[in-house]
Design a protein around this ligand. Structure first.
Ligand SMILES: [Zn+2]
Length: 157
């Protein structure tokens, strides 16, 4: 099975698959799983794992659970405006720059924590799907947990 075929089987109803791109990522705004040409045409363990991980993002989006809602809020424009407003107020109120910096870092840390939690959940969904559908191969579990640890950085906007 190619990465594209895996994605076609795993993607929830209403999620599009675009397999001709340069990068592997899920775009929630248009509910589309983007697969690079390499991943889409490939049949290696890495290609299957990558395709199922990206579809895991689509599954999380469709499920619309509390963690995903929190992430959408944290990544959204409303939240950024809110943070900007709070920082501006803190500066105007004469907060020490250190206090503003610490408050800012706490916000950033919470964002990273939510991203990590989602990436772990996405990999868990991918693993369960691969297992249930008879595609699980030795090494996939390790590769998936590796992905959730290394791919989270690119999710930060
Ligand atoms: Zn991911």
């Amino acid at each position: 099975m190619t990465g594209h075929q895996i994605a076609q089987q795993m993607a929830p109803q209403g999620v599009r698959i675009d397999a001709g791109g340069f990068r592997d990522f899920y775009e929630p705004e248009i509910r589309t799983v983007h697969l690079s040409r390499v991943t889409g045409d490939g049949k290696s363990l890495d290609d299957i794992v990558t395709a199922s991980h990206e579809c895991g993002h689509a599954v999380i989006d469709v499920l619309d659970g509390p963690m995903w809602r929190l992430w959408k809020f944290l990544a959204g424009a409303t939240f950024n405006c809110l943070i900007f407003g709070i920082v501006a107020l803190a500066v105007l109120a004469g907060w020490h720059p250190w206090e503003v910096a610490i408050a800012g870092s706490l916000v950033l840390v919470s964002r990273v924590f939510v991203v990590l939690a989602i990436e772990r959940e996405v990999s868990r969904i991918a693993l369960a799907w691969l297992d249930l559908n008879g595609h699980l191969q030795p090494g996939m579990r390790e590769r998936l947990s590796e992905m959730s640890r290394t791919y989270w950085l690119s999710t930060l906007r």
